[in-house]
Ligand binder design. Structure first.
Ligand SMILES: O=c1nc[nH]c2cc3[nH]c(NCCN4CCCCC4)nc3cc12
Ligand SMILES: [Zn+2]
Length: 401
């Protein structure tokens, strides 16, 4: 089940000269709960958002998280997942979950796979077993996972060609068309299997087409004709130059149905999220907050900082003075005492000592930064000030920490 209600848009304003944008504020109702959009979805590939407790995710306002069909199929396997009634029971997360179909992850395996019309043949990276992922198999696994949003199996068209004759060159229009058209056939097969399994959740189609706007148009028109309850824009954030991603981001999302959720896969930096919202995107996911946290890169309102830098060694201030997360502000107990609220000096020390608490606190901060950014965007759309918010966001981020 899925319903999507639009609450606010971002119209032009002749009086102020504001051009408006495709941004919109909505509410997404799924089987495991309601999600306020625009939304960032923390990535929990193996059934955990790395280094972050579910209670912390709830405390920071995470409304929906990602799981990954491919990884969970490899380990712990479909039978274990089945025994828990799906991913919610297994990882003890009772809010909505979106699962990616596994195609991108198998594609990321590189050489260890063979893509055919029927599906993808590959060797398990866990034990070397010969495996086969098809639209039908992906739907069967995602039905076992019982995720609220299921992604069709698609082929993520690479930015650089993998074909022997043109390997390493930019994917040609013909290669992108061939790939996009197969993803459309897999979209139909995914939809048919999803229906045959009587899956009660929502299946999203994924727009492909490489860096070719006319192929993107063909893909989205064909998917819209198949009447999915929601749509994703795939095939970006795959190593293409930033201006190419921005060009596709400007082409496809707002051409998808206004009354259905739009998900931009694998994106991105804080700047990408704000730009994506302006282009009409409702949902984002990216490993950047947690991955950057593990390598000591922290996002703040006034720019990014490397906690390992010696200049933080004696700094008594928080990572971000405007942040209310456990690492920056801490939590005030009923007796008035404060738990958490650490200095940059302490976080620098933890990083230098390679203490476990370092990536844990950094992940909490970075995820809180992303979730809070989306909360501020939603508030600005509710008050009709998204244009001003966007300008302030850009100026603040350029200030430097
Ligand atoms: O076309 C896609 N179909 C299915 N799933 C996808 C997932 C994706 N994830 C990404 N990009 C993730 C890039 N990420 C950025 C931060 C560092 C690690 C890699 N593009 C994607 C395209 C697709
Ligand atoms: Zn913080």
């Amino acid at each position: 089940m899925l319903t999507f209600d639009l609450l606010h848009t971002d119209p032009a304003n002749a009086d102020t000269g504001y051009a408006g944008s495709h941004a919109r504020r909505g509410t997404l109702t799924l089987n495991h709960g309601v999600v306020q959009t625009p939304i960032f979805m923390p990535v929990g590939t193996y059934g955990t958002v790395k280094g972050v407790m579910p209670s912390s995710l709830e405390d920071m306002g995470a409304q929906i998280i990602l799981g990954n069909t491919f990884h969970l199929w490899m380990r712990p396997g479909q039978d274990v997942m089945q025994s828990f009634g799906g991913l919610h029971g297994f990882e003890r997360w009772n809010k909505p979950i979106l699962t990616d179909s596994g195609g991108f992850q198998v594609w990321s395996l590189g050489a260890m796979r063979k893509i055919t019309e029927q599906g993808v043949h590959f060797s398990s990276p866990v034990n070397g077993d010969k495996l086969f992922m098809s639209p039908e198999v992906s739907m069967q696994i995602q039905t076992t996972l019982n995720s609220d949003i299921v992604m069709q199996l698609d082929e993520c068209t690479p930015y650089l060609s993998v074909e022997p004759k043109t390997k390493g060159q930019i994917t040609t229009e013909r290669e992108a068309r061939t790939s996009m058209e197969m993803s459309l056939r897999w979209a139909k097969r995914s939809q048919d299997e999803f229906a045959r399994l009587e899956n009660p959740n929502a299946l999203f189609g994924i727009v492909q087409g490489g860096m070719f706007e006319h192929l993107r148009q063909e893909s989205l028109e064909a998917l819209v004709a198949m009447n999915f309850p929601g749509y994703a824009v795939g095939g970006v954030s795959v190593g293409e130059p930033k201006d190419e991603m921005l060009r596709i981001m400007a082409h496809s999302p707002h051409r998808l149905p206004t009354n259905k959720p739009r998900y931009l896969m694998g994106v991105g930096t804080p700047e990408d999220l704000v730009e994506g919202v302006a282009q009409g995107v409702d949902m984002f996911d990216c490993v950047m907050p947690t991955r950057n946290a593990r390598n000591g890169t922290l996002f703040t309102r006034y720019g990014d900082l490397k906690i390992r830098n010696a200049r933080h060694k004696t700094d008594h201030g928080p990572l971000d003075p405007t942040c209310t997360c456990y690492a920056c502000k801490g939590v005030t107990r009923p007796d008035g005492s404060v738990s958490g609220g650490f200095s940059r000096a302490y976080l620098h020390h933890l990083d230098r000592c390679a203490e476990m608490l370092s990536p844990m606190l950094s992940s909490i901060h970075n995820l809180h930064y992303y979730l809070n950014l989306m909360a501020e965007i939603r508030a600005s759309l509710e008050s009709g000030t998204f244009g001003a918010f966007r300008a302030q966001f850009k100026a603040d981020r350029a200030r430097g920490v």
